[in-house]
Design a protein around this ligand. Structure first.
Ligand code: GDP
Length: 199
């Protein structure tokens, strides 16, 4: 799939104010600093469509982008900030639960994982939370340019082992580098296939 058009639509702190659910959407989420903005910019081939939101305490918003006038790419607020207050965490939790409850046009949520780290409890917990809600997910390892092949294989293995403790089957997994533009075609093809399958 070619990205012919990518436009910012709206930022929201309330799910009820998000665009109507009349177009398919694909969401992106992960721990702060995982490389989410860089990945979205790499996929859409834009320099700064998504802006980094890694400053702790900054308002966390749900950002909708319209792609090719056909589907929404959704940049969701991340988790795992070290210095975030309890009330901020509760707001985030509420917003995320509402998002997954109300967006019946959601085709898939890409959960981004920093390939340099061992499996993190916050990632595993989030993946399991979406599993319980029966939300379709795919995993995206980021920043793989920082690793040797053997190191990436080791992290991936550790992660898969951890997931297979609770999941009968592994979700689709992508390995990416925004720096080197790795993984762009596989992810865009996956989205294209998902869009066609539902049409
Ligand atoms: P976000 O907070 O999840 O949106 O993360 P950003 O996209 O702002 O990236 C966080 C940091 O990781 C920045 O310093 C980026 O330059 C760096 N980064 C993001 N993607 C990559 C990548 O593919 N390779 C490398 N080497 N660094 C990356």
């Amino acid at each position: 799939m070619d990205i012919l058009q990518a436009e910012f639509v709206i930022s929201n702190t309330e799910v009820s104010k998000c665009p109507q659910t009349d177009k398919p959407e694909f969401a992106f989420i992960g721990r702060s600093n995982v490389g989410k903005s860089s990945l979205i910019n790499m996929l859409t081939n834009r320099k700064d469509l998504a802006k980094t939101s890694s400053t702790p305490g900054k308002t966390q918003t749900i950002n909708h982008f319209m792609i090719n006038k056909a589907w929404y790419l959704v940049d969701l607020p991340g988790y795992g900030y070290a210095q975030v207050s309890k009330s901020n965490r509760e707001n985030w939790s509420h917003m995320i639960d509402e998002y997954f409850k109300l967006r019946d046009n959601l085709y898939c949520t890409f959960i981004l994982i920093d390939a340099r780290l061992e499996p993190q409890a916050s990632d595993i917990n989030f993946i399991n939370r979406l599993g319980q809600l029966e939300i379709p997910i795919a995993l995206v390892f980021t920043k793989i340019d920082k690793l040797k092949q053997s190191e990436l294989a080791k992290t991936r293995n550790q992660f898969e082992k951890e997931l297979l403790k609770t999941w009968a089957e592994l979700p689709p997994i992508f390995v990416t580098s925004a720096e080197k533009k790795t993984g762009r075609n596989p992810m865009l093809n996956f989205i294209e296939t998902a869009l066609k399958a539902r049409n």
